[in-house]
Design a protein around this ligand. Structure first.
Ligand code: PEP
Ligand code: MG
Length: 746
């Protein structure tokens, strides 16, 4: 009854404040309380009194307290109800004289939650030392759910002072982990659209309870059926996930809470949503990774229930995507990203996904900025919200204020201007002021990378990561699939050389369809060339696909993670065996076959003379080389800043490799991330590197750097610093000063 009256008041054409006032009167009388107050969470994380029945009306919009302050703050922080017989005896009680609340003893407050976020706090108070029953707490929580809808609708925005609007729909700035550089301005598209519950209030409580029971039963039996069917890989659902589902689906606590919520007079779907929101709020406050992981299971399960209850297919029509879409997702697979219309994508926001995740690799390849590790991001936004993401810093601006928006728009214009300047450099050869040619090449791995050759004017593909095709596929690519991709690469590349790297899987590069092997130290484990040598069929099939795709052109292949000359020799033998087979069977053989080794494992630095004699070329994989040189896990944020790529150890190591290899006439390229950063690249040129391979976005800035550079004073400076036993451990400042002096854009 109360819920229906609330709905009516909310729908009245009266001003928002008036409706809020009426709502508090209604709730107070329904709860038989003298006081009912609504506090709304502002963007600045303070809780402002928005309406009250019973306390001094003058305090409305005046009383504000920080989250964590007083009983109201405590409820907001813990996202849990609090019922007290004697509020003033509670240690968190904070007295606000303007409210006149000293005469009220008992206190019941509940958080106003939506999607696990606290939007406010709803309180009732009584003069007597009243004991609020569990049913009463439950009823107030249901009321709060209706109020959450009102706050989230944005109708209260005008009631807050400037800059103090309710947080629910106000500007919000958050920072995550930057995964792919770039600026994106646009509007939110939820990858998995939230199920919108249109109907909160039950017409017939018994009928809703029955609907809930049916849905519970159906979801349970569908999970059981999936588990029994045996082909549990179907639809990407793995057995352990389903087992956890089953556990939750039978969890009595969860079921009971949903049933209790339904008894308070809301629809079955609203009951599911409410319990999910409560649980999410609680789990978000937990630091236990296991509990947080379970939150996703619970969410998936709740979504299954909601689908059954509402019966709508969650897959949105891709056609109604805005022109400047910023996708917001909990997690996402690379194939799903490629399903979207690239022309309309401006960015991607993820709750989870690391630097080396496949989605990050694909997003970089298609050139959209990505920010990850934004907790609860999917619940902080609504579809269509304005949003800005900065993939360079990790900043995300949700519903930005006009000032912020124009600042970013200006930044985006500046970037575009710079990009236009880089484009003008496209056809200019990368030659330094003193006439040294530097080969600027591309790192690639997917079909979507190929147009970048023409767009950037790169002189080759210095690293084609063949494993990416394997990583984004749902099953092992066949020999035919592989050959088709390599043929397309040759076709797009035309005359520019391409260096294919043989499969670099294992370590952090897992294939979804390959059984996972538990290893204590996967980075040091069974990976890359080690797998290739132990499972030669894999390498043979790939070599054959490459040899065939070359169609008489020059074929370059390099092997990853080579730790010794003998490993290289064995890999070479495998490829040469395939070449001979092709020759014997009358196939078209490449005009030339060049085989190279990657320098990623420090041991190879101490066999540099031998490997330079054996291999046709070398390529330094600086990502892995740094990882092993400094013993710093490349994917671990905790240790990421424990070393500098411009310190003397790696610079000496690479200088040594280049110098010794050149004595044998063996060219050395560098293809890790350092090659794409102008200051790092400048240092590498200083120690003798003449070929760099990088992502498409780096080619322009690097060419601008090369064109402004004189290698002679640079080499002198770097050599002197590296040869001086008392020289600096880190050369960054020295190099930055040099660049500034010489007006080199880095
Ligand atoms: C590297 O290790 O530097 C490299 C280029 O290979 P990947 O990043 O693919 O491991
Ligand atoms: Mg590597």
């Amino acid at each position: 009854m109360l819920l229906r009256r609330l709905r009516e008041v909310m729908a009245e054409p009266a001003p928002a404040q008036l409706r809020l006032d009426r709502i508090t009167v209604l709730i107070a009388s329904n709860m038989v309380s003298e006081v009912c107050s609504l506090y709304v969470m502002r963007a600045d994380k303070t809780l402002e009194l928005y309406a009250t029945e019973g306390l001094n009306r003058e305090a409305v919009h005046l009383t504000a307290m920080s989250a964590g302050e007083g009983l109201v703050g405590l409820i907001a922080t813990n996202a849990e109800p609090l019922a007290l017989q004697d509020a003033q005896a509670h240690p968190a009680f904070s007295y606000r004289p303007e409210t006149g609340e000293e005469i009220y003893h008992s206190f019941l407050g509940v958080p106003v939650l939506r999607g696990g976020n606290t939007l406010g706090v709803l309180v009732v108070q009584n003069r007597t030392h009243r004991v609020y029953t569990e049913e009463e707490v439950e009823a107030l929580q249901t009321t709060a759910m209706v109020l959450a809808e009102l706050i989230a609708s944005g109708e209260l925005q005008s009631l807050g002072g400037a800059g103090q609007e309710p947080a629910a729909r106000g500007p919000l700035q958050i920072r995550g982990a930057p995964l792919a550089d770039g600026l994106g301005l646009g509007h939110v598209v939820l990858h998995e659209p939230r199920i919108v519950i249109g109907n909160i209030i039950a017409r017939d409580v018994e009928a809703e309870i029955a609907r809930l029971e049916t849905a519970i039963g159906e979801v349970r039996s569908s999970i059981d059926a999936l588990l029994e069917r045996g082909d549990i890989a179907h639809g990407g659902e793995h057995r352990d996930v389903l087992e956890t589902f089953r556990m939750f689906a039978n969890d009595q606590g969860w079921l009971r809470r949903m049933r209790e919520a339904a008894k308070t007079g809301i629809t079955a779907e609203a009951a599911v949503e409410r319990v999910l929101s409560d649980s999410r709020a609680r789990m978000l406050r937990s630091t236990d990774p296991y509990i947080r992981e379970r939150m996703h299971d619970l969410e998936d399960l709740a979504n299954r229930m909601l689908h059954r209850l509402i019966g709508k297919d969650p897959v949105r029509s891709r056609a109604d995507m805005p022109d400047n879409a910023i996708l917001v997702a909990r997690t996402m697979g690379p194939a799903a990203l490629l399903d979207y219309d690239r022309a309309r994508l401006r960015g991607l926001v993820l709750e989870e996904g690391g630097q080396t995740s496949h989605i990050a690799i694909v997003a970089r390849a298609i050139g959209i900025p990505v920010v990850s590790e934004l907790e609860n991001a999917t619940s902080l936004v609504e579809a269509g919200d304005a949003i800005i993401i900065d993939g360079g810093t990790g900043d995300v601006q949700i519903r930005p204020s006009p000032n912020v928006e124009s600042a970013y728009a200006e930044k985006a214009r500046l970037r575009a201007r710079r990009q236009a300047q880089y484009r003008k450099l496209r056809d200019r050869p990368a030659v330094t002021k003193d006439g040294v040619a530097i080969a600027l090449q591309l790192n690639a791995g997917l079909l979507v990378d190929l147009p970048n050759i023409v767009e950037t004017g790169a002189v080759g593909i210095g690293l084609f990561r063949t494993e990416l095709q394997f990583m984004i596929a749902e099953r092992m690519p066949s020999a035919k699939d592989q050959q088709a991709l390599y043929s397309a690469v040759f076709q797009s590349a035309g005359d520019v050389p391409v260096t294919f790297r043989s499969l670099d899987i294992g370590g952090d590069k897992l294939l979804p369809y390959m059984p996972r092997i538990e290893e204590e130290n996967p980075a040091l484990g069974w990976r890359a060339i080690r797998i290739a040598l132990d499972r030669p069929a894999l390498m043979r099939i790939q070599a054959r696909a490459l040899l065939r795709a070359a169609q008489g052109r020059h074929l370059r292949i390099m092997f990853p993670m080579v730790a010794s000359c003998s490993e290289f020799a064995r890999a070479r033998q495998l490829v040469q065996g395939e070449l001979e087979w092709l020759q014997r069977s009358g196939g078209k053989v490449p005009s030339k076959l060049s085989l190279g080794a990657m320098i990623e494992v420090p041991s190879l630095l101490f066999e540099i003379d031998e490997i330079a004699r054996e291999a046709d070329f070398l390529s330094v994989g600086s990502n892995d080389l740094m990882q092993f040189l400094f013993a710093v896990d490349r994917g671990n944020k905790l240790v990421a800043d424990r070393f500098d790529t411009l310190s003397r150890a790696p610079l000496r190591a690479i200088r040594h490799a280049v110098a010794r290899a050149s004595l044998q006439g063996c060219p050395v390229t560098i293809c890790g991330e350092t090659a794409g950063r102008p200051l790092d690249a400048m240092a590498l040129i200083g120690i003798g590197i003449r070929s760099l391979s990088m992502s498409a976005a780096s080619v322009g800035p690097l060419k601008a750097m090369v064109l402004a550079l004189d290698t002679r004073p640079l080499a002198q400076l770097v050599d002197a610093a590296l040869d001086d036993p008392h020289g600096p451990e880190v050369l960054r400042t020295l190099l930055a000063e040099f660049a500034k002096r010489e007006k080199i854009p880095v």
